[in-house]
Design a binder for this molecule. Structure first.
Ligand code: FPP
Length: 241
């Protein structure tokens, strides 16, 4: 622990709540989906910037379990956009050493999209330069609930004792079980909320809330925030030495 206190370093894992697409489009008198398309371009830029900035894992909140409440037009448009993103970016992600994973509940998603997600995960599984995780139909409470259900099933089947249930065991049932916890969570657009994103995993994360709307969020601003993180002192509940 003392080592963590003393070291000032780049965040290994940055999680991003990409907010403000709707307002960005509205400011231009355009439909909300116009903002989401502009937002998708930023995803490409930010992921590409990760190696140079020294970020190994980046996790982005693309669609929450609550986003189904939006209009049918917006939801359908977003789903089409995710398919288009996979189609257009798959080869580049593969060639640039990006390992892609999806977290969230796939049950409610269109089977064609799920197949595309599975294929992208499979084709990029051997990549190690950057780990991109896309949260799609993701909610932190939903994830913990699904993990608890699977854990309870293991106990019911006699493969696990209730006495074995601790934080480490539960974490193994989360969608993120192969990922390190995020060190830094960024939210764009001036809103200072977590919105059900990586609730368990962000227990010790630092937060940065920036006013920039997601379609305006550049690699330069990303690099500045990451550099600022290096000057913060993380104590993980310990006392500064
Ligand atoms: C929040 O902005 C954004 C979303 C709900 C969708 C995020 C999706 C993208 C950035 C599209 C591309 C993603 C991938 C993976 C290709 P908002 O619509 O809530 O904005 P507002 O608060 O201004 O209305």
């Amino acid at each position: 622990m003392a080592k963590d206190v003393a070291e000032k370093q780049s965040p290994e894992h940055v999680a991003i709540i990409m907010d403000g697409n709707g307002r960005w489009a509205q400011q231009r008198g355009r439909p909300r989906l116009f903002g989401h398309h502009a937002g998708a371009k930023r995803v490409r830029e930010i992921v590409s910037a990760c190696p140079e900035i020294g970020v190994k894992y980046v996790t982005i909140f693309a669609f929450s379990t609550e986003n189904w409440k939006r209009t049918q037009t917006e939801v359908a448009g977003l789903m089409r956009l995710f398919q288009r993103y996979i189609q257009r970016e798959a080869q580049d992600l593969l060639d640039n050493g990006v390992c892609v994973r999806f977290i969230g509940d796939r049950v409610k998603l269109d089977s064609k999209l799920v197949t595309m997600m599975d294929n992208l995960e499979l084709s990029t599984a051997h990549n190690t330069r950057v780990h991109l995780t896309i949260a799609l139909n993701y909610g932190g409470r939903d994830e913990v609930t699904r993990a608890a259900q699977r854990l309870a099933y293991e106990v019911e089947q006699g493969r696990l004792s209730y006495k074995d249930v601790d934080a480490e065991t539960l974490a193994k049932f989360l969608d993120t079980h192969v990922l390190p916890d995020p060190d830094l969570v960024i939210r764009t657009s001036g809103e200072a909320r977590i919105s059900n994103f990586l609730l368990w995993q962000s227990a010790y994360a630092e937060y940065e809330f920036v006013d920039t709307l997601w379609p305006d969020f550049t690699a330069e601003e990303f690099a500045e925030i990451v550099a600022r993180f290096g000057t913060r002192e993380r104590r993980f509940g310990a006392v500064a030495v």
